[in-house]
Write a protein that binds this ligand. Structure first.
Ligand SMILES: Nc1ncnc2c1ncn2[C@@H]1O[C@H](COP(=O)(O)OP(=O)(O)OP(=O)(O)O)[C@@H](O)[C@H]1O
Ligand SMILES: [Mg+2]
Length: 334
């Protein structure tokens, strides 16, 4: 018998529009659907401005969606009020990109990491809180001697470890990691990624890993969604996407990623032009202004639907219009 595991996170047709002056809006996230299995490391990749952070912040409910649904552990949390729902607030954690600005500069590490312990009733006394903070410091490879330091006294890597400890001490299930290593030196990046990987196993976590770095994503994630102007261009198993990219955008991104095997070096596809503005996105396929495989006028007039292109594999491109039945971008559950 095939047992289907229910996804821990399932989002459908999620949208976020930011209103601007003169009645204009930024379509930061424009109908994203995806589902994340428990224990998975799911990567969200896209260029700057593609909507990664907006998507991550909606999932942990720091931002209100303009439309669509977020199902977490079988519960629709799209409209949940996290100031009331403490359990949910604890279960969904976010690690920010920049540990320099996300840690309170005038709080000692003990208070930075231990900030939510009392609120969430996870400890009964100050001694217990300190004990717990020390154990989480050790879990992220730091020691008791850092307890009474301030964030500015730590290195970038140590600060990010503190940010990770601060999120994990609350016993979350789903952690959104928003470019957790992009502000760090390459060698420190590798250490922090290794740490995150071991913590996932130890603490039974599920990660949504946001990045613009495809080399990191290949090493670190199991599933992947490629975002462009707030829409998913392609999604599926990371290894499948790397070994046989279907969408021209995925192909271009992968072609310029450093290869693990230098004998497999192919031609680099350099995309022309800049990513268009989400205030005034192109008509039709959002990628058509930079696409090197345009099928015809349809690319300029009609937005391709996200179609199934194999098991757990979905692609939004007119190149594949005749292959598999179409599904509406917002209504598909990859
Ligand atoms: N509060 C806001 N008000 C108006 N526009 C916003 C707001 N937050 C984000 N945006 C816009 O939404 C789009 C998506 O932004 P977002 O920060 O989600 O992108 P990103 O993929 O995380 O980019 P980066 O890689 O630079 O972090 C951008 O055009 C951004 O300018
Ligand atoms: Mg971002």
């Amino acid at each position: 018998m095939i047992t289907q595991t229910k996804p821990l996170l399932e989002i459908q047709n999620l949208k976020k529009e930011f209103p601007l002056e003169e009645g204009k809006t930024v379509k930061a996230v424009d109908g994203v659907s995806l589902s994340v299995e428990k224990g998975c490391i799911f990567g969200i990749v896209g260029e700057s401005g593609s909507g990664k952070t907006t998507l991550g912040r909606m999932i942990v409910r720091l931002l209100e969606p303009s439309g669509g649904t977020i199902n977490y552990d079988g519960q629709d949390i799209s409209g949940a009020d996290l100031s009331r729902d403490k359990r949910l607030r604890r279960k969904l954690q976010l690690v920010f990109q920049d540990p320099y600005s996300s840690l309170h500069p005038r709080k000692k590490i003990k208070n930075v990491i231990g900030r939510g312990l009392r609120t969430h009733g996870l400890v009964g006394s100050e001694e217990e809180a300190v004990e717990k903070v020390v154990s989480f410091l050790s879990l992220v490879g730091m020691s008791e001697q850092h307890l009474y330091r301030y964030p500015h006294e730590l290195s970038g890597g140590q600060r990010q470890r503190v940010a990770i400890a601060r999120a994990l001490i609350l016993d979350p299930e789903l952690v959104v990691l928003d470019e957790p290593t992009s502000s760090l030196d390459v060698s420190v990046q590798a250490e922090v990624l290794k740490l995150l990987e071991s913590l996932r196993e130890r603490l039974d976590l599920t990660y949504l890993f946001i990045t613009h770095d495809l080399a990191v994503v290949r090493l670190f994630t199991e599933k992947l969604a490629i975002l462009y102007l707030g829409r998913i261009m392609e999604t599926g198993d990371t290894e499948d996407l790397f070994s046989s990219p279907l969408h021209p955008y995925t192909e271009a991104l992968i072609s310029v990623t450093p290869k693990l095997d230098p004998t497999k070096r192919g031609e680099k596809i350099i995309l022309k032009g800049e990513i268009p503005s989400p205030i005034d996105p192109p008509t039709g396929c959002p990628f058509h202004t930079r696409c090197f495989k345009k099928v015809g006028a349809i690319c300029e007039t009609s937005a391709p639907l996200l179609r199934e292109a194999g098991k757990g594999r979905f692609v939004a491109c007119h190149l594949y219009d005749n292959e598999k039945p179409a599904q509406i971008q917002g209504e598909v559950t990859p």
